[in-house]
Ligand binder design. Structure first.
Ligand SMILES: [Fe+2]
Length: 500
C-alpha cells in the first residue's frame, strides 16, 4: 500500500484528499506546512508527497526543492496551486515536481495524477503494481458499496464545484441537502443555516427534504439542533427504539446529525432520519458527512464574507476612499487606475469573486495612509529631500493602522504595509523578500509603478507605455516578482492599455 503525505494548512483540503486517496487504497498522513512535512519525511518513507503551494513557515516550492535535494526522485512530489498557468506549470516541473493540480480540483484529476505518478516511479515494479491491483480488488467490499462510494465522491465533487463557484447560499444549501439525502437514502433531511446574531442563534434559512423551502424546524428537530449547539459534535443514533433521548421526536429507525463548525461558532447543521428499522445508517456514513460539513462550512463562511464585503463597501470603504479623493486628486485618480490594472491579475490568476473584490478594495486603499502626509510633499514635483522622503514613506504604516479597523480584509494590514516592498528585499518598511511579500502586495506594487510611470504623477518622469514596459522588465526580480510581471505584461500586450 503506497504511503502518501498530504501537506496543506487548510484542514478541509487535507481531509478531502485523505478521504479520496484512502478509498483508492493509499495510506495517508497529513502535515500542516513544509516544515511539518520535513519532520515526517525524516521519520518515515513516503512514496509520494502532495503539497499546496501557499503555506505559512515553508511554502510548497521550498519544500519541493528541499525534497529534491535530500531524497531526489525516490520521493516524487505533486504540487497543488490555485494560481496555475503555463509559467507556473513549467516553474514547478523545472524544480522537479511530477505534476501540478489546479485548485479547486476534482476527484478524477487527483486520482489520475496520483496513479500516474505512482506508476511511473522506479518502484514498485510492474509485478508489484499488478499484485497491489489484485489486492485492491480482493480487499474491496461488495460491488454495491463500491458503487455507493463512487456516488459519494461525485456528490462531494458536485458540492465542491458549487462551493468554489461562490454560488449564493440558497444554491449551496439546496445542492447539499438534495444530494446528501439521495446518497444517504434518508426519509427526512433538514439543513439549517444560522444568522450571526449577538442575542443567540437565529435561523437564516432551512431546507427540508431537498426542497428549497423557508420553513420552521419542527419541535423534534429543534431538540436535536439544541443538542448540537450545546455539545458541538456530531450525533449518531443507530437504533432510535432503544434510545431514551431522541425517540420522542423520532420513534423508529436511525438518526444522524452534524453541526457546521467554524472555530467555536456553529454556522449551520444537517439532520438526517431514516425511519425504516431494517435500513439503519452505517457508522462509516459519518466520515462522508464530516467532509460534507467541512465543505458546507467553507461555503457559508464565503457567502457571509461576501455579503459583509458588500455592506462594508457602502459604508466604511466608500467613506475611506472619499477621504483620499478630498485630500488629493493625484492620489485618487492614481488609486482608481491601480484598482483597474489589478483586474488584469484577477482575470489571469483566476481569483474567485471574493478574492477579486478584496484585491480591488485594497488597490483602492493602498495609499490611504497619505491622508497623514502634508499636501506640500504629496504635490511636490521637485525631488524630495531625505526628511521629506521619510515623511512620505510613513504612509504605509499609517495606512496599515487605518485598514486594521476593517475586519473583512483579514490580510489587509499586511498588504497595505507591504506595497512598497521590493522583490529583492530592498524595499520598505520591513525589507521583505520574494514570496514573503504577500501576493496582493506584489500585484499592487506592479500596478502602482506602472501607473506612476505612465501618468502625470509627482516625482515620476512620465514615460510612454513602451518605455515604461521596458523599464519594468529591467526591474524584474529586483523590484517586481518576475512571474507576476510576466502575467501583467502578457495580458497588457493582448488587451492594450485602454481596454482595462
Ligand atoms: Fe504608496
Amino acid at each position: 500500500m503506497p504511503n502518501i503525505l498530504v501537506v496543506d494548512d487548510e484542514k478541509i483540503i487535507c481531509e478531502s484528499l485523505a478521504m479520496i486517496l484512502a478509498s483508492d487504497g493509499h495510506a495517508i498522513d497529513a502535515a500542516e506546512d513544509g516544515l511539518d512535512a520535513l519532520g515526517r519525511l525524516s521519520e518515515k518513507k513516503y512514496d509520494l508527497v502532495i503539497t499546496d503551494m501557499r503555506m505559512p513557515r515553508m511554502d510548497g516550492m521550498e519544500l519541493l526543492k528541499t525534497i529534491q535535494h535530500q531524497w531526489g526522485a525516490q520521493t516524487p512530489v505533486i504540487l497543488i496551486s490555485a494560481y496555475a498557468n503555463e509559467a507556473a506549470v513549467s516553474m514547478a516541473l523545472d524544480n522537479g515536481a511530477r505534476d501540478l493540480i489546479v485548485k479547486p480540483f476534482d476527484i478524477k484529476t487527483v486520482c489520475e495524477s496520483v496513479n500516474y505518478v505512482l506508476s511511473h516511479t522506479a518502484f514498485p515494479s510492474v509485478e508489484e503494481l499488478e499484485k497491489i491491483q489484485k489486492e485492491k480488488i480482493q480487499n474491496r467490499q461488495q460491488e454495491q458499496e463500491t458503487q455507493k462510494k463512487i456516488l459519494e465522491y461525485s456528490v462531494l465533487d458536485e458540492i465542491g464545484k458549487t462551493v468554489s463557484a461562490s454560488s449564493g447560499i440558497e444554491k449551496i444549501g439546496s445542492t447539499i441537502i438534495s444530494m446528501v439525502q439521495q446518497i444517504m437514502d434518508a426519509n427526512y433531511a433538514l439543513l439549517v443555516i444560522y444568522q450571526p446574531d449577538k442575542s443567540g442563534y437565529k435561523y437564516r434559512c432551512a431546507y427540508v427534504n431537498g426542497q428549497v423551502a423557508w420553513v420552521e424546524p419542527t419541535v423534534a428537530d429543534e431538540y436535536v439542533l439544541e443538542w448540537l449547539l450545546k455539545e458541538r459534535r456530531s450525533l449518531f443514533v443507530k437504533d432510535l427504539s432503544k434510545d431514551r433521548d431522541f425517540s420522542d421526536g423520532y420513534p423508529t429507525g436511525s438518526l444522524l446529525a452534524i453541526p457546521f463548525m467554524r472555530k467555536s461558532q456553529v454556522l449551520g447543521a444537517l439532520l438526517l432520519h431514516n425511519k425504516d428499522n431494517s435500513k439503519p445508517f452505517k457508522s462509516d456514513a459519518m466520515q462522508f458527512l464530516s467532509v460534507t460539513a467541512s465543505m458546507a462550512t467553507a461555503a457559508i463562511e464565503n457567502t457571509n464574507l461576501y455579503n459583509e464585503l458588500g455592506s462594508y463597501f457602502n459604508g466604511t470603504v466608500k467613506a475611506l476612499i472619499s477621504t483620499i479623493e478630498a485630500k488629493d486628486s493625484y492620489v485618487w485618480n492614481h488609486s482608481s487606475r491601480v484598482a483597474r490594472y489589478t483586474s488584469l491579475f484577477a482575470r489571469n490568476l483566476k481569483l474567485n469573486a471574493l478574492e477579486q473584490r478584496r484585491l480591488e478594495y485594497l488597490a483602492m486603499l493602498h495609499d490611504i495612509g497619505k491622508i497623514a502626509v502634508p499636501e506640500r510633499i504629496l504635490r511636490q514635483k521637485a525631488k524630495l529631500n531625505d526628511w521629506e522622503k521619510q515623511i512620505l514613506s510613513t504612509h504605509v504604516v499609517v495606512g496599515e493602522n487605518i485598514v486594521r479597523s476593517i475586519n473583512f480584509l483579514p490580510e489587509g494590514t499586511k498588504i497595505i504595509r507591504a506595497h512598497h516592498e521590493r522583490f529583492d528585499g530592498s524595499g520598505f518598511p520591513d525589507g521583505l523578500k520574494g514570496d514573503a511579500i504577500p501576493l496582493f502586495a506584489r500585484i499592487i506594487s506592479i500596478a502602482n509603478v506602472f501607473d506612476k510611470l505612465t501618468s502625470d504623477y509627482p516625482g515620476f518622469q512620465t514615460m510612454d507605455v513602451n518605455d515604461a514596459v521596458e523599464f519594468m522588465i529591467r526591474d524584474a526580480g529586483k523590484a517586481f516578482d518576475p512571474y507576476l510581471l510576466n502575467i501583467f505584461l502578457t495580458a497588457f500586450r493582448k488587451t492594450g492599455i485602454r481596454d482595462f
